[in-house]
Structure formats: C-alpha cells, structure tokens
Design a binder for this molecule. Sequence first.
Ligand code: ISL
Ligand code: CA
Length: 542
Amino acid sequence: MATWWQNAVVYQVYPRSFQDSNGDGIGDLNGIREHLTYIRDLGATVIWLNPVYATPNADNGYDISDYQAINPEFGTMADFQALLADAHALGLRIVMDLVVNHTSDEHPWFVESRRSRDNAKRDYYIWRDPVAGHAPNQWGGGFGGSAWQWDEATGQYYLHLFATKQPDLNWENPAMRADVYAMMRWWLDAGVDGFRMDVINFISKPADLTSGASFVNGPHVHEYLQEMNQAVLAGREVMTVGETPGVTPAQALQYAGFDSGELNMVFTFQHMDLGLDREYGRWVQHPWSLVELKRIMSQWQVALHGKAWNSLYWNNHDQPRVVSRFGNDAPQWRVQSAKLLAAVLHCLQGTPYIYQGEELGMTNAYHLASIADYRDIETVNAYQELVIDQHKLTPTQMLAGMHASSRDNARTPMQWTAAANAGFTTGTPWLAVNPNHATINAAAEAADADSVLAWYRQLTALRRELPIIVEGDYELLLPDDPQVWAYRRHWQGQTLNVVANFGTEPVTREAADLPGEVVLANYPAPHGTTLRGYEVRVSLQK
Ligand code: ISL
Ligand code: CA
C-alpha cells in the first residue's frame, strides 16, 4: 500500500512570485491563500513553499536570519497560521523549505560566532586559519569567488559554499545540531507537514579541508540524517525530500531507501545537468539528447523500484522552464510539447512535482533584455565575473546563456490573467512579468478544455483512477531512438503504455500503435503507427 506522500502530487509555490495581495510588487502569504482552491482543483495535494523566513534576501530567502520568524515582506506568523489552516481545511498539506547547510551572516548565531574566537557560538560555523597566507583550499563559492571569506576582526576565514552572506553551519557541533532539530520540531508542532531540505548532502564537510576533497556526500552525512530522523521525524506523519546535487541512484538508496531511516525522497540533478558546459556551466548551452535523457530517467526508475521512491520534476525555482528546455516554446508547438512533457513525467513511478506556472506552459523570460532586468544573485554575479571582470563571454553570448538558463526564467511572476501585470500585482512587480501573459494565463486556460492547465488536471485525475501509475514497474522501449520515448508500466496483469514524439517532424514507429484503450492523447484520433509533432499517447491494457 502506497503512503500518502507516494500518492501525492506536489505543487511548488515560489512565494515572491505567486500573488501579491497588498500592491508592493512582492508575492506574499495572503496572496497564496487567494489561490488555494486553484491548487486543489489542479489535483495537487501538497504545497512545497520556498523559504518564507526572515531574511536579508541576498539569495531570495535562502539566507535565513531567523528560522522561527516570517519574512515581513511575505506577512506575519498569524498570516502563516491562517494559510496553514486554510490549506488543511481544503485537504492540502504544506511542506516547508529547510535551509540548514548555511544561515544568513545576519543570523544571531553568526553575529555571535564572528565576535571572537572564544565565543560560545564560534564553533557553530566553519572557521579556519590561513594556509600559507591564503584560503585553506580552492573551493569556489556557488555564486562566484572563493568559498572562503576572510574576517579581519578575528583573523580567520569562514566557509560559505554559496554567497558570502551564507556562512556554512558546522554540523560537527552537537549543540548546533540540537538547535536545528528543536527548530524543526517547533515547525512540526505548529502543524507543517514536512520539509524539502536544501543541499542536504552538503552538510558534512571532509575532515581535511586542505586536501581538495569534496563536500558532496561527506563522511558523516548519513549519521546526521539518521540522528535527525530519530530526533525529529520518527513517529510523525511527515514527508521529507532532500535536495541532493550530484547524487547517483546508488547514493539515493542510501539517503532514501525504504529502510534507510533518513529521508523519503531525494531530488536527482542528473537530468538537470544535461547540456551544461564543462567550463561555463549553465551559461553556455549544448544540445541535449533524448537518448541521454531517457537513459537517466530510466535508470532512476529501475534502480529505485521497490527500494526507494522517485521525486519526479522537470523544473523548479533554480531551473529554466521545461517547455523552453526539453519542449518547444514556439507558439505552434508550445501547448503540445508542454502536454507531452507533463504526460511523460506524470506516468513515471514517483511523486510528481509541479512548479508554479508549469501547469500553464509558462516559458522562459526572453523579455529580460539586459543584465539590468535580472535579479538573481547567481546570474548577476556570473555576469560580473564572466563578462565584466574576465572578458570570457561577450554580453551577447552571456545573454543567450541567461535566456536559456538563468534562474530568473522560473521566477517571473505567475500569470493569472491577461490584465496588467498578469493579475500578479497592482503595483510594480519585483521582476518583470512576461508579456506573453496576454495569451498564457490561468484565466484563459481554465476556460479552455484543450489547455495545458486542463491537461494537468486530467493527469492528476488519471493518477487517482489508475493505481498502476503509482504502483507499476517500468520498462523502457526503443532506448536508442533519438526522437521517441516509449515505455511501459506493469502491475497486476495490467500494462500502461506511453509513447511520445519529442520532435516537430512526424515519425512512424510500430510501437506508436498502442494496444488497449487510449486513456490520454494530445491529438484527435490517436491511432496508427505515425506520431505527429510532439504527439503523446497513453493507453491501458487490462
Ligand atoms: O542552481 C543551481 C546551479 O546553478 C544549483 O547548483 C543550486 O545552487 C543548488 O541546487 C542549490 O540550490 C539550493 O540552494 C541554494 C539556493 O540558492 C537555491 O535556490 C536552492 O534551491 C543556496 O541555498
Ligand atoms: Ca506583497
């Protein structure tokens, strides 16, 4: 029997960009409350909220200055309690972002820690003496520069795997860990339903920081997660999903195997890393191959079946819009390719995650025309480094990379209506609304039975009707086919067949003529061996 979080469909809300309720141009908690029925009617059962805590906003809330306070831009603790109560009344659970690899440098723990070498909180963070006059090792910060910041007052470096304003916590300190666990219990006692754990596989650093060793999947990470499970999660009906860059299926079994005593799920990055450049990462894009995408997704399906549970996602607040990345956002193909991607993902085994606006087929943000239009710290810092300081990319090359891959592609405001600012705000939005909201918006799609939104509702309904979607195993067909993804699921004598043409050109394949009853199709008369541009078909044999 599947658990509630295995049957769940998660809807990810990026609060800053979802709905502004008071005209300051920034989405907020009361704005989310206005759209809870929209989320329920989509068929989602869980909301994952990106960070809503007090923050100086160096990294849009991933730099937390108080874990037990709400960012005043988003509202108050009373607003949060009201949101939670409204959600629960509609049968929606709320999962919080848990960011405990690092805090803000304005968190009181760090303010104390940097005061003096013998401060009681000194050891809550990772301080090191210089080595031969410079930083202890070559690690780069996630948003540019060194991962080590020199602190003049106490004459040591502190470690920050992300921005300078995001010092890494020292998980080797038991008092620090106990404080984190107490904070987690406090939120669970307040009624939240689980945690999405930010870069949770980075928390244990290697003992020898000079060696050039890696901070990914460090030596004590499994001990810490088992301890956290015992101290916080055990015996509660909660859902946990770890964000785990660089993790393989074998490592996923360690973090989230059914008997791991750690997490329920992890997010893989293997499919997100397709097409990135070795030197320039996301800023120089290469063609991606469907054969590779299928190989990665299929590996996770097979390796985890019966042993762990997949989280299924195409995009989030850090990634470009999937229709622009693995689909085709040209007007004539956008709807069909968005539907294809949704169907192919939601028919896999695992818990699907829908990132806000994905269910409308929202596209990348080509209207952001120069670096001045961007807000994301990663994008802004990379531009400074690669274009201005080092002259490694021209502004035109970099803008192409930003249009393909900047995190701001995902962060433009939610497109509710065709009206001014897409109905997101009556004020000036913190990040420019995409002008394509004139045609791509929730109001128009709610009134259109052929819309991407209507399709997502069908997919979540299908999941409720057909247990094979949650329970079945997975078999990849035609692994080397460069244009068609075809797979089967098997369960109790039933077979679910999925076939999808990832191109604009029609293709003819024997496997396209699906046996059984067609339960979902994005073209009329879905029969025969020829698949039209971005055609997807799903059938069930009983
Ligand atoms: O976006 C990325 C690559 O450009 C990722 O490497 C990302 O930095 C990584 O997945 C960690 O992301 C998480 O932690 C960051 C935060 O900025 C992201 O928004 C968050 O999802 C630091 O807290
Ligand atoms: Ca607001």
